[in-house]
Each structure stands twice: as structure tokens, then as C-alpha cells.
Write a protein that binds this ligand. Sequence first.
Ligand code: SF4
Length: 314
Amino acid sequence: MSITTKTFKILDKEIIVHFSDENQIEKYFDLKSLDSEWHIRKIGEYHLTQLLACIRAYWYWFKYDRELTLIQKGIFFIGKIYHKYIQDYLEKTLGFVIIECPCEDELEDGISILFKIDMASIREKEISDIKTTLYMPILSDLSVEKFEEKFGKYILQVLAQIYFVNNTYFKLDPMKTIKILYVSKANLYVKEIWLDYDKELAEYFYLKIRARAEYLHKHLLSDTIPEHCDPSKYCVYCAFVDLCPEGEEIKNSLSIPISYEGNLYVEKFRATGQTKKAYWKYDPEKKGWIKTKGFIEFLIKDLKYTAKQIEELL
Ligand code: SF4
């Protein structure tokens, strides 16, 4: 641990303090306790939430026995605390609530999709999922695109879940509503987003997730790398960024260190427009920033450069 010693003043009195900017998480948190049984690596068993993120990252996770990054463990840990608190409270106040209900959807060809339902309220016939955020948006201000970007994945996830349980566990008494509880980590502000169960829509999303599981399974069995998806969104906190060409390009183009919250980082970059070296990559051998394939695209698409201008520039 690197220690710095500095002199500061408090009420005109000089004080000498020592500190370290390095993360001391392992001294104060039992990180091993976060590796739950739920995350056992078994080809054929896929977790629904993981299937919604980058399939290539999930593929790497199966192939390389890597620990979660500290950032991932931290996010997981904070999420667990919020989930537990809300679930315990609702169990006391509402009653007839099934908490953390584990489900396994067995498809053909030895593939299963696993997930847990955060809360199923029997009385209300409602399935809820808890999501935590550092940035609480004003929902009514969100554009259609922004709404999809922020909540599309969550809604898709819960619709697929409800489709499964309404065709299995709750076939006789189906759930009618899905709800997302969006909780601010900063001040506990909670917003609710809900929608009625629509069988056709839910089936559509459910089949999409099944297809993703089958795609991943095929690539794991054949040992071929799958396509990445939407790299810019996930790469900043991906544990396999050093193995993945697309991810590395994006991660290296960020010019300040990754913060504890991946989304904080992206938001910062959006707000200032200056924390990102667009489409440049740090080359450790040349010890400098080099232009990448993405940079050429940036010149063509964003700056509308002609082929001649690009040739002159490079
Ligand atoms: S670095 Fe990005 S594109 Fe590559 S596997 Fe990770 S999340 Fe996917």
C-alpha cells in the first residue's frame, strides 16, 4: 500500500495526516461471502440477467476462471443490501409475498435458464424487480430512446420471467402486473414503473432470451467466440476487457480511471464531453495514443470526412 503524508490546517493548527488512495475493501468486507452458489459455472445452465448483457463477456466467464472485479463485487454487494431490506420490509407489511423465488426453465438440448423473482405478491398478482441506481431520472422527461436505454432491459427481463411463471408455477392463478422498483442509492428515492401482463409481448421477449441462451450454448460447445453486443455500455466494468479487442478499444479510450460506479463514469463522460479520447487507443509498446478502426469511423460518420481527407490525415 502506498502511503502519503501531508500537512493540513484545522483552525490555524497544523496537523499531519497519513492516507492511502488505494481501495481497502478487502480489509473491511468479506468478499468471499459474495460468491454464492447461484453463480456456479456449468455449461448448459445460464442466468437470465447475464443473458441480457454482453454474451461475449458471459462466454469469457465460462472459459476463464476469473474472479469478479472489485467493481462488480461492490455493485453486487450494494444491490444485495437494498434487496434484502426492501424484501424483508414488504414481507412484514404486505404478507403473501414470495421473496427471491428461484426458477429453472429447462429448454431442450440440455439448456436451462435460471433466474430469481425478487418478489411475487400473491394478493396483488404482481411480480416486482428491484433495481438500484445512482442517478434518478425524471421519468416524464425521458425520451422514448432514453427510456428504452435505461429500462428496456429490465422490463424485458421481468416480462420474460412472468411469461415463464404464468405458464408453470402460477398457471392456475396467473400474475397480472409487472413492476420495477427503481431505488436511488444516494437518497432512497423510490420510483415505480409498472405495466400489465401482455401474453404476446411477454412471449416475444421470452423467446428472444431463449435464443440468446441457445446462441451462447452453441458457441461454448464449439469453442468459438460469440459476437459482442453494444460494447460501449458494458466494457467499462467488464472483467475480460483485456481479452476482447472491441472492449479494449473502448476502455482504453477513456482517459480517467474507472470509478466505483461504471455508470457514473459514463455519465461524467457524457456531461463534460472531455473525459473520453474518442476512438483512440493507448499502445503500451509505442507508449502513446494511436488512432484505431473506430477513429476512422468517427471521422467518416461524425465529422463527415471524405476518403481523400482521411488519407491526408493519416
Ligand atoms: S469488453 Fe465489452 S464487448 Fe468485450 S466482452 Fe467485455 S463487455 Fe463484451
